[in-house]
Design a protein around this ligand. Structure first.
Ligand code: BG6
Length: 488
């Protein structure tokens, strides 16, 4: 089993892309929140790197101006903010130029642990690691954090992993999938393995299908430069949705140790039935949004978004049917669906239980259905849909639900995913990060889908912004006598 060296008291968290979009929107606000709530260790400094020829004052003025807007007002505390700003250091660096790394070395504290967070394009990952090593800035206590997307396909992911592995061991490498840092996603493990009642039913004898939806109401926004060359399968399915699928489908791990959990997720990924071109044609739906209305507001189509080429065939929506070839899940379809500019922001997992072997209630025309609905976003909610007797004469059935609103059942602060994951990196905890073999197994399954689309040469199907995606997505479910949860 991989173990990590216990962290020292002082730590430099070095962010490549320190003034970039991710840093401004997610990383620095998350670090501030950890500072405010005293989970960011006292000895931690944040060393932001960027190309601007700024001094520290110019950088802190930039942070004060840009980052504050991403902190929820009730959490803004002027004194804590001022103390947080004191932890910031800025080093101007062209990450591709080996010569600049000496200045970085000079800015780091002697004897401190070092975490290098690569919030840059993945094409820079290997150069940065090689230059860090060349400048003598990597030792056995250093850690590296790799943002997604890690590569564009299996070969590029492998090439990055090979190169990074020359300088950082697997136990020093933290591959981020921020869905694994979400409170609600971590709670899925507790729901499954902290309750005895679900486990006996959690298998193909009792489950008819599983659906996993991650719907976004936002469009591509200002990220077309990245997104148009990526698409929904690489951006969401290969990582976030497959990770959710793993947590739903994995066997109970022997412990919560990083490798025990990751071994079980890997087994799921390796059991996914590979898709042939015929499977891709039958079992996947690609879509692209056109103009429409989202939440009462007019939204332009994908092709009209800034920096999107007018002929783009990039998918902004994917629905597909996957199968897991193992004893527990044989013959249970897993429907995965994600898209931008959908009717609402909604992430949920729906477990549809098998129909009754025989219905005693002729007054109820439709087969009674039991579903377990696990809502991850925007609110955390677990609902068990059951059948009950409609009051009155006769034996009419009516669906009712057992509702658990976790937001009101549990008080206490829910840290954002990045905050939780950054603290995990600082403490050297690997459980909620992807191991190399997991990531590569996910690519091995996703790549044939991309290849299949290429060889089929079909354009993505249009869907109006504000809808639930192309009609073909409902047809995919209907073939298995299922429906997406909003259609029931
Ligand atoms: C990111 C994707 O990984 O996840 C984005 O690159 C997407 O395209 C985002 O919008 C969704 O994350 P969340 O936490 O808002 O569900």
């Amino acid at each position: 089993m991989e173990t990590t060296t216990p962290p020292s008291d002082t730590l430099d968290l070095v962010i490549f892309g320190g003034a970039g979009d991710l840093s401004v929107r997610k990383l620095l606000p998350a670090l501030y929140m950890a500072h405010l709530h005293k989970t960011l260790p006292e000895g931690t400094r944040i060393v932001a790197l960027g190309r601007h020829a700024w001094d520290r004052a110019a950088f802190t003025a930039f942070v004060d101006d840009k980052v504050r807007g991403f902190i929820h007002t009730p959490e803004f505390d002027a004194t804590a903010w001022a103390r947080f700003i004191e932890r910031l250091v800025y080093v101007s660096l062209d990450a591709t130029d080996a010569k600049g790394y000496a200045a970085l070395g000079a800015a780091l504290q002697t004897g401190a642990d070092r975490v290098y967070y690569l919030a840059t394009a993945p094409t820079l990952f290997t150069t940065i690691c090689a230059h860090l090593h060349g400048a003598g800035l990597v030792n056995a206590r250093s850690r590296v954090v790799l943002e997604k997307p890690l590569g564009h396909d299996l070969a590029s992911a492998r090439a990055i992993n090979d190169e990074v592995a020359k300088y950082f061991s697997e136990s020093q490498t933290f591959r981020i999938d921020h869905y694994l840092g979400k409170e609600t996603v971590q709670n899925l493990m507790v729901l499954r393995f902290g309750n005895a009642i679900f486990e006996p039913l959690w298998r193909n004898q009792s489950i008819k299908s599983v659906q996993i939806t991650v719907a976004e109401s936002v469009g591509v926004g200002s990220r077309a430069g990245f997104y148009d060359g990526t698409g929904a399968l690489r951006d969401m399915v290969q990582n976030h949705l497959l990770q959710l699928l793993c947590i739903v489908a994995m066997e109970p791990p022997v412990s919560l140790d990083p490798d025990a959990v990751r071994d079980e997720k890997l087994k799921v990924l390796r059991s996914l039935r590979p898709m042939t071109v015929a499977d891709v044609a039958r079992d996947t739906v690609r879509g692209q949004y056109t103009a429409g209305n989202v939440g009462g507001e007019r939204a332009v189509g994908y092709l009209q978004e800034d920096n999107v080429p007018a002929t783009s065939e990039t998918e902004t929506f994917v629905a597909l049917r996957a199968h897991i070839n193992n004893w527990r899940w044989a013959n249970v379809p897993f429907f995965l669906r994600t898209g931008k500019r959908m009717a609402e922001r909604l992430s949920e997992i729906v477990i549809e239980f098998a129909p009754l072997p025989y219905s005693l209630f002729p007054d109820t025309p439709r087969q009674p259905v039991n579903r377990l609905l696990i809502r991850l976003q925007p609110e955390e909610h677990v609902q068990l849909q059951m059948m009950a007797k409609q009051p009155g004469s006769g034996m009419k059935l009516r669906p009712v639900s057992l509702d658990l609103d976790l937001q009101s059942a549990m008080t206490g602060r829910r840290a954002e995913a990045y905050e939780r994951l950054l603290i995990d990196v600082i403490k050297g905890r690997l459980t909620h990060f992807m191991r190399r073999d997991e990531l590569e197994a996910a690519w091995s399954w996703a790549e044939p889908v991309l290849d299949g689309w290429k060889s089929l040469g079909e354009k993505p199907r249009p869907y109006a912004a504000g809808s639930w995606g192309p009609a073909a997505s409902s047809a995919l479910m209907a073939r298995e006598d299922s429906t997406w949860s909003e259609e029931t």
